[in-house]
Design a protein around this ligand. Sequence first.
Ligand SMILES: [Zn+2]
Length: 230
Amino acid sequence: MALINDFLSLIYPRQCEACANNLFKHERYICNYCKLNLPKSNYHQLIDNPIIQTFAGRIPLANGCTYYLYEKSGRVQKLLHAIKYQEQKELARYVGLLYAKELCDANSLANVDVVIPIPLHKNKLKARGFNQSEWFAKGLSEGLKKPMETVLFERVVDTKTQTKKNRYQRWENVEGIFALHQSESFSDKHILLVDDVITTGATLEAAWLAIKSVPGVKVSVASIAFATKA
Ligand SMILES: [Zn+2]
C-alpha cells in the first residue's frame, strides 16, 4: 500500500491546501511551513480581543477565539475555499484537531461543556451535502474531548429566502432563525458555538438569541478564520 501511495504521489503530487506547494510524504493537508506561518490569532491567550469586541453589547462571551486571521487572496482564504467548495470534510476536521491541540496546550476553553456548530438549514444541507462548520467542530470536539451536539440546535429559517426582504424586515426575522430544542438540558452549561468564518457576527448573534433565555447558560465562540475590519 505504501508503495502504491508513493507511486501515486509521483504522478499526482498531493499539494498543501493553503500554499499549493507539493507535500512531503509525512505531511497531511497542510505543509509544515504553513502550519507554522499561517496567520494565527492566538486570541484564546487574550482576555480581551477583537472577537470579544466585535460582540460587545451583543453577546456576553466567556471567550472568543479563532484559529486564523482571514487575509483576502491569501493562504487562509485558499484553505477555506478548499473546505467549502471542494467538500474537504476531513480537512475541516483536521484543522479543528490542530486548533484543539493549541487550545488544550494553553488550557483554553477547558470548562466548555458542549460544542455546537452553527447548523445549515436542511434545504441548504441537502444541496451542499455537508456543513463545513460541523466538520471543523467535530475536530474541535474530538481534540478538546467535549461532546458535540448537532440535533438539538436547528436552523429553522432558510435565510436565503430572506435576501429579497429589506434590512428592517430581515432584522425582524433574525429572532426566529435558530431554535434550541430541549433547552432545559442546557441550563448552567457552557456552550462553544462554532462557525467557519466570523465577519460581522450576525449569524452568531442570531444563534445567541435562541440560547440566551436558558438559565445560567454561558457561551463562547470559535471559528476557523476571523475577518478583521481593519
Ligand atoms: Zn503550505
